[in-house]
Design a protein around this ligand. Structure first.
Ligand SMILES: Nc1ncnc2c1ncn2[C@@H]1O[C@H](COP(=O)(O)OP(=O)(O)O)[C@@H](O)[C@H]1O
Ligand SMILES: Cc1cn([C@H]2C[C@H](O)[C@@H](COP(=O)(O)OP(=O)(O)O)O2)c(=O)[nH]c1=O
Length: 207
């Protein structure tokens, strides 16, 4: 009998939108329905990727070096974690993926989107998420949530116009790739967001 390929779900949004809050919920929801699940994050997801994460979140570097390190981490993550999971019939959920490179390095920092497209073609010409949950909030809401919770990394210390451009690029991609994106209004309560996510996951489980 051929093994069914698992589904690939990614989580996106500007820092403080509430992405991490809902990843655990999605994991529990899917596991309770018998889904075999592998959960990881980007940058990171592998021992080498976590070392790259340390560098890229804390060191100053050329914009294109930053993009290349994101994709280097991603290459390793796909080879070691995502593809083996999907081919083995498990589902893979990733806290951020390539949409984040378009939003942050492309939208936020202004890197040429054609160069990011070239990297995407190189690193994963055939792989795309089956579902991307985009947690969307106004900048002020995200900033207030961040300030309330933790010490800020290199990206989280960026100014409002950086996050405005990042958010816009996420929303532009959500329109461009409407079949895989679901935009979640993250100003709602956590309970209301969970109801929305459960409905979206039920659709995917039924496929
Ligand atoms: N819908 C929400 N309403 C109120 N607070 C929220 C909501 N979602 C997340 N938070 C809170 O905002 C903070 C940042 O959320 P987090 O999930 O860490 O964001 P992200 O992973 O997107 O950076 C956390 O303290 C979290 O409890
Ligand atoms: C995957 C990825 C992340 N990033 C940035 C976005 C985030 O600010 C940062 C780390 O993401 P994240 O894991 O969301 O941070 P935290 O655990 O602190 O919530 O990396 C990029 O700039 N490009 C990328 O391709």
């Amino acid at each position: 009998m051929t093994q069914h390929r698992g589904k690939f779900i990614t989580f996106e949004g500007i820092d403080g939108a509430g992405k991490s809050t809902h990843i655990a919920f999605v994991g529990d929801y899917l596991k309770a329905r018998g889904v075999d699940l592998v959960s990881s994050r980007e940058p990171g997801g592998t021992p080498l990727g976590e070392k790259l994460r340390e560098l890229v979140l804390h060191e100053k570097m050329h914009l294109e070096t930053e993009a290349l390190l994101m994709f280097a981490s991603r290459r390793e993550h796909i080879a070691q974690v995502i593809e083996p999971a999907l081919h083995g019939g498990a589902w893979a959920i990733s806290d951020r993926f390539t949409d984040a490179s378009f939003a942050y390095q492309g939208g936020g920092r202004g890197m040429d989107l054609a160069k990011l497209e070239a990297l995407e073609q190189w690193v994963h010409p055939h792989l795309q998420p089956d579902l991307t949950l985009l947690f969307d909030v106004p900048l002020e809401v995200a900033r207030a949530r961040l300030d309330a919770t933790r010490s800020l990394d290199k990206f989280e210390q960026e100014k409002a116009d950086f996050f405005a451009s990042t958010r816009n690029e996420y929303l532009r991609r959500a329109t461009q790739f409407a079949s895989r994106f679901r935009v979640i209004d993250s100003t709602q309560s956590i309970a209301d967001i969970q109801v929305r996510i459960a409905a979206i996951l039920d659709e995917l489980l039924a496929l």
